[in-house]
Design a binder for this molecule. Structure first.
Ligand code: IPM
Ligand code: MG
Length: 356
């Protein structure tokens, strides 16, 4: 069965880091077939839209999408605003491809333990933020200005179905880990959070092999700094997940090195998914071979695991990344005295040679 991967390199450092991820993926699985398409500012400059119909079609007929990064100051003021890369490409891809489950692992890479702003206090962190990605205040209607522009309205909506399907994914992931879910909400204030908590509690009762607790989002933000090791899987809604996943990743000290997966329904063999580094397009260093390709490469590992069911291939990539860091190779973002500074391509190549 052919395995089709759409490669949407995008803007800024996107093309450089995805090139290395493709190199690593080819080395692990020569049967993968890659096809490139334009997205983001690059697509806007080319044809006036950050998500051309041809790109969306390619994604729909592929098994997985590898995305670099979109956006940059050049397109921050594009009008109308729905043509800006973040909204017009990223949010549109999530909605059009029904990518409701966002998996954001926050794991300390041992060689970078001291890069955490919490220093030794954070210890080895290994958690996953499961963020609902196609609902809540990001997509609720109405969203408008009223009173001649003096009032603005956003709407937060969740249905039982939306909460159930993301919670189901969280249970599945928890079973591959420490069997613990902390469901995060603001049930002391928000109606959507009370619904969220009811649905998750019902599912917890039916799945006693996983320990489920509930935590208010403000407390969770605090607990993440106080004792991040207590978390295994954090399950939460769209905007809370946006904020908490940034916090969680920073705590690991590996912010620029972390991958993510955005998944939709099961297909034969695995889940359709879009895989991307959590870092942005970093236009200030674009085109200079200074970007760190590790987040993109680890996103490729997640692709093998979730879409193609190749856990072994994924583990090989993860081990090669850790070995390369252990050997002291560093791109500029994580360089420190006593380590060896390498370019984007050199880092990619070093990982390929350590694939074992
Ligand atoms: C993210 C980003 C996006 C989000 C922005 C760029 C729309 O912050 O993927 O976390 O808020 O979801
Ligand atoms: Mg974010």
């Amino acid at each position: 069965m052919p395995k089709h991967v759409a490669v949407l390199a995008g803007d800024g450092i996107g093309p450089e880091v995805t090139a290395e991820a493709v190199k690593v993926l080819r080395a692990v699985d020569p049967t993968l077939e890659f096809e490139d398409a334009l997205v983001g500012g690059a697509a806007y400059d080319d044809g006036g839209h950050p998500l051309p119909a041809s790109t969306l079609d390619l994604c729909k007929k592929s098994d997985a999408v590898l995305l670099g990064a979109v956006g940059g100051p050049k397109w921050d003021h594009v009008e109308p605003a729905h043509l800006r890369p973040e909204v017009g490409a990223l949010l549109a891809l999530r909605a059009e491809l029904h990518l409701f489950a966002n998996v954001r692992p926050a794991k300390t890479l041992k060689p970078l333990l001291n890069a955490s702003p919490l220093k030794g206090a954070a210890g080895l962190v290994d958690m996953v933020v499961m963020r609902e990605l196609t609902g809540g205040i990001y997509f609720g209607q109405p969203r408008e200005r009223r009173d001649g522009g003096k009032t603005a309205v956003d709407t937060c909506i969740y249905s039982v179905h939306e909460v159930e399907r993301i919670a189901e994914q969280a249970f599945m992931i928890a079973r591959t880990r420490r069997h613990e879910i902390v469901s995060v909400d603001k049930a002391n204030v928000l109606e959507t959070s009370r619904l969220w908590r009811e649905v998750v509690s019902d599912m917890a009762a039916k799945n006693p092999d996983v320990k489920v607790t509930h935590m208010l989002v403000d407390n969770c933000a605090m607990q993440l700094v106080r004792n991040p090791q207590q978390f295994d899987v954090i399950l939460t809604e769209n905007m809370f997940g946006d904020i908490l996943s940034d916090e969680a990743s920073m705590i690991t000290g590996s912010l620029g090195l972390l991958p993510s997966a955005s998944l939709s329904a099961m297909r034969e063999g695995g889940m359709f998914g879009l895989y991307e580094p959590i870092h942005g397009s970093a236009p200030d260093i674009a085109g200079q071979q200074r970007a760190n390709p590790i987040a993109a490469i680890l996103s490729g590992a997640m692709m093998l695991r979730y879409t193609f069911g190749d856990n072994e291939g994924a583990t090989r990539i993860e081990a090669a990344v850790e070995e390369t860091l252990d050997a002291g190779l560093r791109t500029a973002d994580i360089f420190e005295k006593g380590t060896r500074l390498v370019s984007t391509q050199e880092m990619g190549q070093a990982i390929v040679t350590r694939l074992g």
